[in-house]
Design a protein around this ligand. Structure first.
Ligand code: NDP
Length: 246
């Protein structure tokens, strides 16, 4: 397990956007960031789920969150630009960006993989984070020390049979993170890192391993320390690295 104990109010006054914030690891990260003082922008495709997270944040007395419904399958440049405009008008800067949303696609051999599904998985998992990052870069540059987190997987650095486009998309996002980390290292205060969550008890894990007892895996809440470390000031200057959450 990644060893870090977050001080109370670690993320005070930070504005942090989380994709896929309505469920699983993204939901846990949203609640945890809010607990630690951040203003959280909840982005995802299912409004009811985002509203439920929003309500929990509200009921806990944390800093008020914001909701931005967006379907990464279909979002175009204009919508990312609109997102940036809204955040600029509301906050003027962005301190944290967690690229968390992704889809699994098919678990099948390459010989059997549908090209339509391949394109969809590559788009949601790799191209959409690229488009969003590009649109939000000026706002991240306006932060005193912004942190971008890309979410990979063990199959994002070592391909495995039947993981198809999901594996390829995670390789792609690791490449994107490495390129961006080098580009920003000497030109800005932005840090860019990768988290591999490891086996975590979520819907996606259950979909990938239907026969597994979910209780054997850690919960999303259990793996938050590495997110806390990378979003807070203790990781200033740490960039271009890959972290295992477990
Ligand atoms: P979940 O499936 O539980 O959650 C994924 C989130 O992404 C959901 O909130 C989902 O929204 C959102 N999402 C999916 N498609 C879109 C879309 N088109 N537009 C906007 N939002 C979308 O997955 P996890 O929490 O398990 O996974 C989180 C991240 O961690 C992913 O990047 C995954 O690849 C990675 N990961 C997870 C592991 C695990 O064991 N759980 C292991 C290794 C990596 P909705 O609920 O509305 O569909």
């Amino acid at each position: 397990m990644f060893n870090y104990t977050a001080p109370e109010k670690l993320l005070n006054n930070r504005v942090i956007l989380i994709t896929g914030a309505g469920d699983g690891i993204g939901r846990a990260a949203a609640l945890d960031c809010a607990r630690l003082g951040a203003t959280v922008i909840l982005l995802g495709r299912t409004l009811e789920k985002l509203e439920a997270v929003y309500d929990t944040i509200e009921a806990s007395g944390y800093s008020q969150a914001a909701i931005f419904p967006l379907d990464l399958r279909s979002a175009k440049d204009e919508q990312y630009i609109k997102l940036a405009q809204i955040l600029k008008a509301e906050f003027g800067h962005l301190d944290g960006l967690i690229h968390n949303a992704s889809i699994l696609g098919q678990r099948t051999p390459i010989s059997n993989y549908e090209s339509r599904t391949w394109n969809l998985v590559m788009h949601v998992n790799a191209t959409a984070p690229f488009m969003m990052t590009q649109a939000l870069l000026p706002l991240l540059e306006a932060s005193k020390d912004a942190s971008i987190i890309f979410t990979s997987s063990s199959v994002g650095s070592q391909g495995k049979a039947y993981w198809g486009a999901y594996s390829a998309s995670k390789f792609a996002i690791e490449g994107l993170a490495q390129v961006l980390a080098e580009e920003t290292e000497n030109t800005s205060k932005i840090r860019v890192n990768i988290i591999n969550p490891g086996a975590t008890r979520t819907n996606m894990r259950a979909q990938a391993y239907p026969g597994e007892n979910p209780a054997v895996n850690l919960t999303p809440e259990d793996i938050m320390p590495v997110y806390q470390y990378l979003l807070g000031p203790d990781s200033c200057g740490v960039t271009g690295q890959r972290f295992n959450a477990q």
